[in-house]
Design a protein around this ligand. Structure first.
Ligand code: C2O
Ligand code: CU
Length: 427
C-alpha cells in the first residue's frame, strides 16, 4: 500500500497486492506453475471455480501443502465466465490478511457493451501505529465475535481515496471482497448501480434494495453503473454495513471533460448464463446444516476430534468456538459431514443459530439460493457464498456433479479457523 501513508510490508503474488489480474476467455485452460517463496507452507485456491478436485488447493484434502521452496502446477479448464479470485488455503486468516489474493476474470464470448471494465478488489487491514500488519492473528475475541476487522480500507491494495470517472461513461465494476471479515455495504450516492452477476454467475439485471451492494468476504458482484452526473461532480461511495459507523470508502471524481454521451447507453446488460447442470428439485436429496456457537450463543459444547467437548474447553484449549451440526472442525483432514450421490440434486437448509452473520462458501460447485426465512429469494442467484444473517434460515440447491471431497466453510476466516468448516463428499 502506498499513498500518503507509509508502506506496509506484505506477502504477495508476483510482487503486488492484489496479485496479477488473471484474464482468460470462457472455455480456455488455465495452466500456472506456482512457486512458494514464503517462509510458510501454502496453496492456491481458485475461489468459485468449478474445477477438478485435485486443483482446488485445500491442504490435506485435495493436495499436500506446497512447502517453502516447493512448486505445484495448477492446470484446469474454465467452463464458466465471470468474476472469481484466488487466495491461499493454508492458515488463510493470516496469509490472506498479509496480502495474498488476486482477481481471476473469465470473459464472456460476447460481453455487454461498456466503456470500461474495471476490477475493484476491496479489503480492510488491521495495521499498527507503524502502518505494519498487526499481530497476532487469530485472537480469541476475533475468533468468537465477528472476525478480524481492519482499521484501514483499501481499493486494489491502496489506501482508497478517489476513483476518476467521466460523465456519460458506462462502467462494469467487478467488485471482489477479499477482506478476512468485513462485510461491505456500498452505496453510490445518486447513482443507480445495476447488478448483472453475483459470484460470477449472471442474474437478471436489477437495482438492489436502497441501491446498496452487500458483499461478504469471498463474494463478488458485477455491477453496471452509468456515470450520469455532471462533469466535475464528486460523490461519496459509502460503506454503511455497520449503521452506527458508516464511512466514506472512496470518492468518485468526475473529470471536467464534456460528457461522453448525453443519454445512457441503450445496449442490454443481460449476460448469458453459464453451463450449470439443471436442478431436479422433485427428486432432490434433502439435508440440514445447523451453525452454532460464538459469543452470545447458546452452544454448550461440540464434538471435537471425535469427543464431546464443553464450550469452555473448546475455547480455552483448542481455539474453537463454532460448530456445524454439532462438530467443530479440527485439522486439515476431516471426515465428510455429508455424502452426496454424484449427479443428484441436493437441497440444503442452512440454519444460523448464532448471533453473528456468516458467509457460507461451498467449494467446487455453484448453488442456487432458493429461499430465505421461508420466502422465495427474489433473485434466486447461482452463487458460491451465501450470507446468512443471525438467526436466518436459507435454503440452497445444487447438483452434486463434481466428484471428490470439498470444503464447505464460513468465509469469515477467523470463524473458519475456529471450527466453522466441514467436508462434503460427492461420490
Ligand atoms: Cu475463498 Cu475455501 O475459500
Ligand atoms: Cu462465520
Amino acid at each position: 500500500m502506498g499513498g500518503k501513508n507509509p508502506h506496509t510490508r506484505v506477502w504477495t503474488y508476483d510482487g503486488g497486492v492484489p496479485g496479477p489480474e488473471l484474464r482468460y476467455r470462457q472455455g480456455a485452460r488455465l495452466d500456472i506453475s506456482f512457486q512458494n517463496d514464503l517462509p510458510d507452507p501454502t496453496t492456491v485456491h481458485w475461489h468459485g471455480l468449478r474445477l477438478p478436485n485435485a486443483m482446488d488447493g485445500v491442504p490435506g484434502l485435495t493436495q499436500p501443502p506446497v512447502m517453502p521452496g516447493g512448486t505445484f502446477n495448477y492446470a484446469f479448464d474454465l467452463p464458466d465466465a465471470g468474476t472469481y479470485w484466488y487466495h491461499p488455503h493454508v492458515k488463510s486468516a493470516e496469509q490472506i490478511a498479509r496480502g495474498l489474493y488476486g482477481p481471476l476474470i473469465i470473459e464472456e464470448a460476447d460481453p455487454p457493451k461498456v466503456d470500461r471494465d474495471v476490477t475493484w478488489v476491496i479489503d480492510d487491514w488491521r495495521l499498527n501505529d507503524d502502518a505494519q500488519i498487526a499481530e497476532p492473528f487469530g485472537q480469541m475475541h476475533d475468533l468468537s465475535h465477528n472476525g478480524r476487522l481492519g482499521n484501514v480500507a483499501t481499493l486494489n491494495g491502496r489506501d482508497s481515496e478517489s476513483f476518476p470517472v467521466r460523465a456519460g461513461e458506462r462502467i462494469r465494476l467487478r467488485i471482489i471482497n477479499a477482506a478476512n471479515a468485513r462485510i461491505f455495504r456500498l452505496r453510490f450516492d445518486q447513482h443507480k448501480p445495476s447488478v448483472i452477476a453475483l459470484d460470477g454467475h449472471p442474474v437478471r439485471p436489477h437495482q438492489p434494495p436502497g441501491g446498496r451492494i452487500i458483499l461478504a468476504p469471498g463474494q463478488r458482484a458485477d455491477v453496471i453503473i452509468d456515470m450520469d452526473l455532471a462533469p466535475g461532480a464528486v460523490v461519496d461511495v459509502i460503506d454503511d454495513y455497520f449503521e452506527r459507523a458508516p464511512f466514506t470508502y472512496l470518492k468518485l471524481v468526475y473529470a471536467k471533460d464534456q460528457p461522453l454521451r448525453n443519454s445512457p447507453l441503450a445496449a442490454s446488460t443481460q449476460l448469458i448464463v453459464n453451463p450449470l447442470p439443471a436442478l431436479d428439485l422433485a427428486n432432490a436429496a434433502r439435508h440440514k446444516l445447523v451453525i452454532s456457537g460464538g459469543a452470545m450463543g447458546s452452544m454448550a459444547g461440540a464434538t471435537f476430534k471425535g469427543e464431546k467437548t464443553a464450550i469452555r474447553d473448546l475455547v480455552r484449549h483448542h481455539g474453537k468456538a463454532w460448530a456445524l451440526n454439532g462438530v467443530a472442525a479440527h485439522t486439515m483432514v476431516m471426515d465428510p459431514l455429508f455424502r452426496f450421490q454424484k449427479g443428484r440434486s441436493q437441497v440444503v437448509a442452512i440454519q444460523n443459530d448464532t448471533a453473528w452473520p456468516h458467509p457460507m462458501h461451498l467449494h467446487g460447485h455453484a448453488f442456487k439460493i432458493l429461499e430465505r426465512n421461508g420466502k422465495p429469494d427474489p433473485i434466486q442467484p447461482w452463487t458460491d457464498t451465501v450470507l446468512l444473517d443471525p438467526e436466518e434460515i436459507t435454503i440452497i440447491a445444487f447438483v452434486a456433479d463434481n466428484p471428490g471431497k470439498w470444503l464447505f466453510h464460513c468465509h469469515i476466516l477467523e470463524h473458519h479457523q475456529a471450527g466453522m468448516a466441514c467436508v462434503v463428499e460427492v461420490v
